[in-house]
Design a protein. Sequence first.
Length: 561
Amino acid sequence: MSLSTADRALKHILKRDKSAREILGRLCDSSGAACAFETVDGHLLWGSEEVFEHSRDLTHEDKVLGRFRYSSDKAMLIFDTLNLLFQKEWEKKKIGKEVLGLYREINMIYDLSELISEKIDAESIAKVTLEEASQIIDTTHALFLMYDPEKDTVRQVARLGENPKSQSFIEEQKDVLKELITRGVSAIVPADRIARNPALNHLKTVMYAPLKVKHRTFGMVILGHEEEVEYTAAELKLLTTISLQSATAIESAHLYQKGLKEVQDREEAIRKIHDVSQKFVPSEFIKSLGKAKITEVFLGDLVEREVTVVFVDIRGFTTISEGLSPTDNFLFVNGFNNRMGPIIRKNGGFIMQYLGDGFMALFTEGSQGALTASVEMHRELQEYNKERAQRNRLPVHIGVGMQSGKLIMGITGDNERLDAAIISDTVNTAARIEGLSKHFGTSILLTQECKANLTEPEQFDFRYLGRVQPKGKKQPIDLYECINGDADDLREHKLTNLKTFDDAMTLFLDKEFAMAAVTFQQIFKHNTADQPAKLFLNRAAQLITQEIEDNWKGVETMTTK
């Protein structure tokens, strides 16, 4: 607490606090002692203006605040009372200042979160971060640096304060900055180290904090002042919080840009494929309408059926197809479909729609055939990938999601253009389940409805993955992983640890997050390709330190499709 705050506390008691003045006045009257209090420079704050023989300094934290002058030792009670009143008033102002400081910090962090959430590039996030940090931490100069390990470069993303040598500073100090970034710690730089570094001769005070996401550090934020100011541990902690928040925002922005590019790449790849391919109405669809051939269908024909919808997606399709011509892309997808199509039909289903990097299939006889086909498709791809490996080609992997329920199958369009269509929430849900298979890292993901619809469930092995509420859905969905389509070593691992995984899930759903994390860690340690175990290990670890509501049921709410 600074001396000026102590001065204000003392002046408040002697000038503005009526009750305190009355107490001191009554003590003077009852003791018969005359006294006064004046500032260090002799200005009278309270008491008599007469000249006194005795005086005593009122000190605080080894600094003199003023002098208490008195006529006799009887006034010592008044001095002690004044000192006590001052200490209480000082404590009150100290607490008030701390509360105000905390409020400002919380408000700034909240404002920063709001501001950077609107940004989708590192430069904008960096600029806002430095501007907001300078509003609450006394600084004249600031740098926002990011390190690119592939190019082995440290670049300035944003800065505050005039320093024409900032770029040369970064180049000259690159190795030091890389080391500090890699170390990933926060620190206040000692004054003697600043003085020994010519690149920092425009500053007298410096501190820095890392840009870190989980265990990866990719940059740092440096704050400095051209005068000698005392950066505190609390300010360093605040800078660390700001830096971590900014790092998370940059990571999210990076993932957004990456996802946007992947979507654009996928759309471009699909567009190329669509240029050399067409879609046809499946004959099975026509038969489902009760028609023998396509010439018998008419606009408006429809039927309601109980089906299992299966979505199949080629993982990493953009990576595989980006080096291929449109013709080669078509041949690749056609070869894939030629392998998968017969498996679908053999098990009682048909492909309703090709999606370029996958397809949607319908099974009108229940989910037993759908799940059998899903397992066989994975087994077929394992053999196919052995052939591709011999030709130095990338392996092909798929993700499968399925849901059972009612849907409307019919013919829509107009008199000039007809198209086969299906309308149902079952289709939307199946598509979401396939998307969730990426989130969970599973090869085959199905709902409770699909599992309950199986006629011979004993043919398969499952792991329960809890309940998920997809975006836009009002009710959560129970999800199961079918492990029979996994590679042999991974499948054996999951079979061996099947009960352990179920026990871990029970602990997780019972809010025993610490034990759940330990159990999932044991499973994941045996085989690091077990992505669901890794996912729930991370979730359990995160929930250990969070306050969980009493009605928590373990439902994971998805914010994206």
